[in-house]
Design a protein around this ligand. Structure first.
Ligand SMILES: NCc1ccc(-c2ccccc2)nc1
Length: 243
């Protein structure tokens, strides 16, 4: 997978070259290119924003600079790219989104700042039959899209074959079966007077699986009843319902 990121703060994307993601890049599973938007400015001040038409607070990112940046970065590789625009006004980014995008050959992230990017940049790309997804990673407003890109790249790249040491952990993620993950424990058996639940040390794998499922159902019902309500009809078996 090739990943391009366009931003006025390239340094914000440095964490992508650390740890697991850094190893995926070194292993050639991911090609990452970060581009400074100011490369495509033409004025001495390298201006990337301007006052919003219609008035209002803040500034909007200029379409000319973004249009040239997108054209140039798209042309760097012939593979079709999904253009991703992080924005508080986007469709929700979920594990299902990450799963879908993990099959893409190329992702191109555009990091807005200020009050966002002139809408015509997205409109122009879409009318050229480019895939453009405006997505939100949650209902809060950041100062720019860079942090959202870190989140989305991690969620997608960890799903690529060969990235995670143990692929099973991606299958047993929270959300992969529609429920939150239950509590996890490791040694010591007792820590500050708190013992690991006996069932987890019983060696009885059926009982352990049942206990873990019950804890996941309990936690989901308590913290995310919306996820429980969204489960498909056949997702819960009789034992689940008995819980
Ligand atoms: N939903 C997460 C998210 C994504 C992007 C932004 C943002 C804020 C200001 C300017 C440009 C993007 N805020 C929140």
């Amino acid at each position: 997978m090739r990943i391009d990121v366009i931003t006025i703060f390239p340094g914000y994307l440095a964490p992508l070259r650390e740890a697991l993601l850094g190893r995926a890049i070194s292993a050639g599973l991911v090609d990452l290119a970060v581009h400074d938007l100011r490369t495509w400015t033409r004025d001495v001040h390298q201006a990337v924003d301007d006052a919003p038409y219609g008035g209002g607070p803040g500034m909007v990112m200029r379409p000319q600079v973004w249009g040239e940046a997108l054209d140039a970065v798209l042309a760097l590789d012939e593979r079709p790219a999904r253009i991703v625009v992080p924005t508080p006004a986007g469709r929700p980014f979920t594990q299902a989104t990450a799963q879908a995008w993990s099959g893409d050959e190329r992702l191109l992230f555009t990091c807005g700042r200020y009050e966002g990017i002139d809408q015509r940049v997205v409109d122009d790309a879409r009318r050229r039959d480019l895939t453009v997804d405006e997505v939100s990673i949650g209902d809060y407003v950041l100062v720019g899209g860079e942090v959202a890109v870190l989140v989305m790249v991690e969620a997608v790249v960890r799903l690529l074959p060969g990235v995670l040491g143990n692929p099973a952990s991606a299958e047993q993620d929270s959300f992969s079966d529609g429920l939150l993950e239950g509590p996890a424990f490791t040694r010591p058996e007792v820590w500050r007077g708190l013992a690991v639940p006996d069932v987890l040390r019983s060696g009885n794998h059926a009982k352990i699986a049942r206990w873990r499922r019950d804890r996941a159902l309990e936690r989901t019902a308590e913290r995310r009843p919306d996820l429980l309500a969204a489960l498909p009809e056949d997702a819960l078996d009789d034992a689940d319902r008995a819980f």
